[in-house]
Design a protein around this ligand. Structure first.
Ligand SMILES: [Zn+2]
Length: 262
């Protein structure tokens, strides 16, 4: 873990070595912009955790889904060699149907072999628990997300930071396109039930760039983030350091910082 101080503490009688700071880089909605992935690969080693919160593929692209999946799988494998990589599915990433007929991102499952943390996984990195929620396409997969979070909550040590990857933000500043809201109706219930520290979203490309929208929002006990989408070779992104209590949104238009201290 780069530029981090290793510390030890006892958790339930077990000594855990953890980094005093966890530097997180959050982006999403890269939509098969391979040069943005190349930029991420170059930047990754400066961060302890890199998160790509869904919509890796572009279903409207001329390039076939299989070709996109092959190229992006190679990019994710390269990223995972540089740092801890967490990736959730978005609505563009669904390449198969599960047994109950709902769409799923089966190709992401193969990335686990490269050390990528993906849909359905819960991992502890230093002093933070992360849970990766898949895109839900219907009642069965929606129920599976609810069950995933109930199961994951059992792993949370009291007072521990808990961060979710969840592609679609709830209705609010992060779901505002400038014309209308596209909020996920399940998220408010999940926030009320589990009170996570933060949810890393994406999905609404315009929200951070529009009047009335934002890249960060506080709902109850939870910080919500959405970096948005920009053209060019460098992704819109958010650098988050909970230990230092700071988040920075960085785009071609400039940088905005927000204190996470309450
Ligand atoms: Zn998208």
């Amino acid at each position: 873990m780069p530029r981090s101080l290793a510390k030890r503490r006892m958790v339930r009688g077990v000594a855990i070595t953890y980094s005093a700071r966890v530097r997180i880089l959050l982006t999403s909605d890269l939509h098969y912009r391979l040069r943005q992935y190349d930029w991420l690969i170059g930047a990754a080693s400066a961060f302890d955790v890199v998160v790509v919160a869904g919509d890796h593929l572009d279903i409207s692209a001329a390039v076939s889904g299989d070709v996109q999946i092959a190229a992006l799988s190679a990019s994710f494998a390269a990223l995972a060699r540089k740092t801890r990589l967490l990736v959730c599915s978005g609505n563009h990433d669904l390449d198969a149907r599960s047994g109950d007929g709902e769409k799923t991102a089966s190709w992401l499952q193969r990335l686990r072999a490269f050390g990528v943390t993906i849909d359905g996984d819960t991992v502890r990195i230093a002093d933070t628990l992360f849970t990766v929620c898949p895109w839900w396409d219907g009642p069965k997969s929606k129920d599976a997300v609810e069950q995933l979070l109930i199961a994951a909550s059992a792993h949370r040590i009291e007072g521990e930071r808990w961060v979710w990857l969840y592609h679609a933000p709830p209705e609010g500043k992060l779901s505002w396109t400038g014309k209308r809201h596209f909020g996920d109706p399940l998220v408010p219930q999940l926030l009320a039930r589990h009170k996570p520290t933060a949810v890393f979203c994406g999905h609404i490309h315009e929200a951070p760039f529009r009047q009335g929208g934002s890249w960060i929002e506080r709902v109850g006990d939870t910080w919500l983030f959405n970096a948005g989408h920009q053209i060019g070779d460098v992704p819109a992104r958010i650098e988050i350091d909970f230990n230092a209590g700071i988040a920075r949104w960085i785009t071609m238009e400039g940088t905005e910082a927000q204190s996470l201290a309450l």
